[in-house]
Each structure stands twice: as structure tokens, then as C-alpha cells.
Design a protein. Structure first.
Length: 196
């Protein structure tokens, strides 16, 4: 199902939106990405409440961006130490639009939505400049520390595949033909990766 900005509906979308607003629910805090430390990968908080919103808005202030570019930019700046998931990036972008901090338009070359900062968004960034500067310094430090880790492009591709599989399986049961086709695609990808 698509919502008004053209992104796929996420089964936990309301929970993600509560997280980016800083609210909690009975299941506790929601984590929006993969944090890598000491060679291990697991769920964890790279950003505290409101931090990701500031980082995303700052990236959009640098230049208009779509969601995928934002994910890439964050991964690159932290040297692959953190991989934000689409399931937290897109609801945060929707929230920023609802708050009046960004506007959304269709990118000319594709159906991707381009986000551009508004004067209210710039004012919000300036009002939070000390916190933003501290965040950017922390991201730079993480980037220097983890620069030799797993390439952010690979981490992002893995997360994209997992999300695509979850979303497709959530739409309903697969036919035997679809199961065979999906298994074939995954097996072919695995075989290619092994040859690299």
C-alpha cells in the first residue's frame, strides 16, 4: 500500500513515527538501523532522541536529496559504522515535511521524491546548532574509527534486500512459482557474490 508520498506502507510505520517524535510505547524504544562496533553487528542506538532528525535536515540543507541519498550520506560519514534503515529514514522525512521543515517534489529524472529545506527548517537547524555541531563531530569521529570496516554500500544493499523480502512476504502468501522464482533470484545473487 502506498501513502501520500509514494513510499510503501511499513507494517510498523506508526511505531517508527512515535520513535522519531521521541515517544515510547509498551514495547520500549525502537532502534532505527544497524550499529557496528568491534566487528560485531547488531541493533542499537547510534543517535539519541531527535539526533537523526537534525542530521537528516542538515544533509537536506547542504543540497536537496531523496531518501536513498540520505541513507548513503549517513553511512559514508560514519565510515559504515551505522546503517540507517529505510523504515526509520522515510517516516522521519514525512515528519519533517509535516513539521514544515522540508518540502517534497518529484525529482526530474525519476519518481523519487526530492526533499528541500524550508526557511522554518533552517531556523530549526540554527536553533539547534550546538547539538548539531556535536553530532557532526561524533559522526566524523566514528567515521575515522570505523573507516576500515564493512563498506557502507554493502551494508545498505543487505538492509535493502532484507526490507524487500519482509515487505513482499507481508503482502501475503507466495504461489509455488513465485517461491521458485524468489529462491532462484537469491541463489543467483549468492553465487555471484561468492565469485567476486
Amino acid at each position: 500500500m502506498k501513502h501520500r508520498h509514494g513510499h510503501d506502507e511499513h507494517p510498523f510505520r506508526d511505531r517508527w513515527r512515535r520513535f522519531v517524535r521521541g515517544e515510547r510505547d509498551h514495547e520500549g524504544p525502537v532502534f532505527g538501523g544497524r550499529w557496528r562496533h568491534g566487528g560485531r553487528s547488531g541493533l542499537g542506538r547510534f543517535f539519541a532522541h531527535g539526533d537523526l532528525r537534525l542530521v537528516i535536515l542538515n544533509l537536506i540543507a547542504e543540497k536537496p536529496r531523496h531518501g536513498y541519498e540520505i541513507i548513503k550520506a549517513i553511512e559514508e560519514r560514519v565510515g559504515g559504522a551505522y546503517s540507517p534503515s529505510p523504515g526509520v529514514i522515510y517516516p522521519t522525512l514525512t515528519l519533517l515535511e509535516e513539521l514544515g521543515y522540508v518540502t517534497v517534489s518529484a525529482a526530474s529524472e525519476s519518481t523519487k521524491k526530492l526533499h528541500e529545506i524550508t526557511p522554518q527548517g533552517r531556523a530549526y537547524l540554527e536553533a539547534n546548532r550546538p547539538a548539531l555541531d556535536a553530532l557532526l563531530a561524533r559522526m566524523e569521529e566514528a567515521g575515522q574509527r570505523h573507516g576500515g570496516g564493512r563498506a557502507p554500500q554493502i551494508a545498505r544493499a543487505i538492509e535493502n534486500l532484507k526490507l524487500a523480502l519482509r515487505m513482499r512476504l507481508a503482502r501475503g502468501p507466495l504461489s509455488p512459482e513465485q517461491i521458485d522464482e524468489m529462491a532462484s533470484v537469491l541463489d543467483a545473487a549468492a553465487a555471484k557474490v561468492e565469485k567476486i
